[in-house]
Ligand binder design. Structure first.
Ligand SMILES: *Cc1c(COP(=O)(O)O)cnc(C)c1O
Length: 354
């Protein structure tokens, strides 16, 4: 008997290239798109190590935990790193980026996370992109949590390295991910003696052995199931329409922000301004005396399938994450999450005063 996951024909180079083209259309990019055979951390780390070295001065924007990680990789590459940290309840502004350039004109690389699922904020990439382009720095963007939930337009915004993964708003697999690469970024990598070569982290390997060869021979056996899942998930987005998928996420975020306050138990949106709140996931702040991780545990005890989590690390005390993304970006899931949080608040003695 044939098995649907196991007895598959090998994935051809032509199929692989057509999946790359499909992802390129989703990003509205005419630049090279490389699909790397691992979770998004693979291209995120590979891209930084490919362009950064001892001669690099990097402006690393920290609006959540990923920014912290990028700074560590940059320092590990020998780059001089200027960290620009903003509180997790807000977003960075283009003016703050301009100020950093004025203070450190030598900055030649900027790393930024578009939306942070872990903190619930989203940054104004279009505005920041024009500031970065005017300064001439290379622009690296983690769009893993924004793709599918809000517009991600690397060409229009001047993003040189734009990393996406399918596991959040795209509702797809976590095991493969993609990066769009500008000509400027390829040039920087080629000139970087330290860039990974003959390595799983290498983007140059894909450039030299896959793209420059006309995408006829793959570097190694691809992660076939994940590639097929990625293709299916982008196809499903095409059928629903990217705009419709994004608007499902925006509606889920708005409903969660409003509904949480309406519960009356003292929950508030963690990100103060709605325009700085990521459509992919909504973070909530617990009232004084209510420990977020305890409230979430109580809410999940009734329905463990709900996409609820407490914030990571020290945020576990005060932050609740409603991960209303992918198939969970629906009014029904938001309603069930709010009902479970409301019941948990009532159990804590914080019921709706109405
Ligand atoms: C989810 C996410 C990733 C991918 O990391 P995982 O923890 O493996 O899901 C990368 N960057 C951002 C901003 C994310 O939200």
């Amino acid at each position: 008997m044939t098995h649907p996951f196991l007895d598959l024909a090998p994935l051809s180079a032509a199929q692989f290239a057509s999946i790359e083209d499909r992802v390129a259309r989703l990003l509205d990019t005419r630049r090279d798109v490389v699909i790397m055979q691992g979770e998004a951390l693979l291209p995120l780390e590979g891209a930084i190590r490919s362009v950064a070295g001892p001669g690099t001065t990097a402006l690393n924007v920290i609006t959540g935990p990923y920014g912290q990680t990028f700074g560590d990789w940059l320092r590990d590459c020998g780059a001089k790193v200027i960290d620009l940290a903003v509180p997790f309840h807000t977003a960075v502004t283009a003016a703050q980026i301009s100020e950093a350039f004025a203070e450190h004109p030598e900055i030649d690389f900027v790393s930024l996370v578009h939306a942070e699922a872990a903190t619930g904020n989203t940054n104004p990439v279009a505005e920041i992109g024009s500031v970065v382009r005017a300064h001439g720095a290379l622009f690296y963007l983690d769009a893993v949590a924004s793709i599918g939930a809000e517009p991600v337009l690397p060409d229009a915004w001047g993003v040189d390295l734009c990393v996406v993964g399918a596991q959040k708003a795209m509702g797809g697999p976590a095991g493969v991910s993609a990066v769009s690469v500008s000509e400027r970024a390829w040039t920087r990598m080629a000139a970087n003696a330290q860039a990974p070569r003959r390595s799983y982290l290498s983007l140059l390997d894909w450039k030299e052995r896959w793209i420059d060869g006309g995408r006829r021979a793959l570097l190694h056996a691809p992660a076939q199931l994940e590639m097929l899942a990625l293709d299916a998930c982008v196809e499903r987005i095409e059928v629903e329409g990217l705009d419709a998928v994004m608007s499902r996420h925006a509606s889920a975020a708005a409903a969660t922000r409003e509904g949480a306050v309406a519960l009356g138990g003292g929950l508030e949106p963690y990100v103060y301004e709605a325009r700085e709140a990521a459509p992919v996931a909504t973070t909530l702040r617990t009232p004084p005396g209510v420990v977020a991780v305890e409230l979430v545990t109580r809410a999940l005890s009734c329905d463990p399938s709900l996409p609820l989590a407490a914030g990571g690390g020290p945020l576990a005390k005060e932050m609740i994450r409603v991960n209303h993304y992918g198939a969970d970006a629906t009014p029904e899931t938001v309603r069930r999450c709010l009902a479970a949080l409301g019941a948990a608040l009532a159990e804590s003695g914080l019921s709706n005063p109405a």
